[in-house]
Design a protein. Structure first.
Length: 309
């Protein structure tokens, strides 16, 4: 195989109470990468679409190529590739845009080289794309983008992660408003210390979320979607956040919170019909203050990246 086209999905990280340890993949949006073997050992970004000219062609600074470089260096493989990156999702959206590019790129190269590593072994390399994007090699976006499903990062040192089962009828409504939140800024404003009371309450919700997902207890999932630590701080960066959150709950959502660093907001619902109703209600609140938005409704994507061609 000389060329391959790969799709990698968007992700919702943190999932309310699980800052840097919870993440899930959705069916759409996502990024597409076309990787073609070269006759030399050069890595070249030939084209980038869908980014309005914002992304660099420097292979040492682009999230699609940095994981590939780390991967090739680790395996001591000298091989060149031409890369076309088609951004099919907004930048800085809180939907793991950089993660989708990182995963698609390294997954594609691994396929072209006849899979010297299994999919899980690609995670540390994909994480290096996150380091370039926001200064921290966290895995709550790249892990679900790579593995699919709902992923828990138990530890970063050493790296320890695993997937858990989720209810088949659990749907995600994601609304991405046309406002800008810089991921590095969203991390910078967070406090380094948290009170004991908030920590205990957050730990209870983390445990409740895991138990609710595994046991398909929708009420428990909803009760656990409360973030005492991150949401109160980051919500100030998102206009109309609390109005959108309230609209989601009033229209049947189990719960609603910030997707990743924002500005996207996500809600869990039981059933696709409810999720669509919830998403439209969320959008309506942004419209009231003349903010345009995009809506994505999806079940939890269990497959991760997929080969398109």
């Amino acid at each position: 195989m000389e060329s391959i086209k790969v799709f990698a999905p968007a992700t919702v990280a943190n999932v309310a109470c699980g800052f840097d340890i919870f993440g899930l993949a959705v069916d759409n949006p996502g990024d597409e990468v076309i990787v073609t073997k070269r006759q030399d050992d050069q890595i070249v970004i030939q084209q980038i679409t869908g980014d309005d000219g914002k992304l660099t062609f420097d292979i040492q600074k682009n999230t699609v190529t940095v994981p590939i470089l780390k991967y090739l260096s680790h395996l001591d493989i000298k091989h060149g590739f031409d890369i076309i990156l088609n951004k099919k999702m907004p930048l800085g959206s809180g939907l793991g845009s950089s993660s989708a590019s990182s995963v698609a790129g390294v997954f594609a190269v691994n396929q072209l080289l006849n899979k010297p590593l299994n999919t899980e072994e690609l995670l540390p390399f994909a994480m290096e794309g996150e380091r370039i994007a926001c200064g921290s090699a966290h895995a709550d976006n790249v892990a679900p983008a790579l593995l699919g499903g709902f992923v828990i990062i138990r530890s970063y040192s050493p790296l320890d992660f695993f997937k858990i089962n989720t209810p088949a009828d659990l749907y995600v409504s994601i609304v991405h408003p046309d406002v800008e939140v810089n991921t590095k800024d969203a991390r910078h404003i967070l406090k380094n210390e948290v009170s004991m009371n908030k920590t205990i309450s957050q730990m209870g919700n983390v445990a409740g979320m895991v138990a609710g997902l595994i046991s398909e207890n929708y009420d428990l999932i909803g009760r656990s979607m409360v973030d005492y630590i991150i949401e109160p701080i980051r919500s100030i960066l998102i206009p109309q956040f609390f109005e959108v959150q309230m609209a989601a709950k009033e229209n049947g959502a189990l719960g609603c919170s910030i997707s990743g660093a924002g500005p996207s907001i996500f809600a869990f619902s039981r059933g696709k019909e409810t999720a669509e109703k919830v998403g439209l209600a969320m959008q309506k609140e942004f419209t009231k203050v003349n903010i345009q938005s995009n809506l994505f409704v999806s079940s939890i994507n269990q497959s991760g990246p997929k080969i398109l061609d």
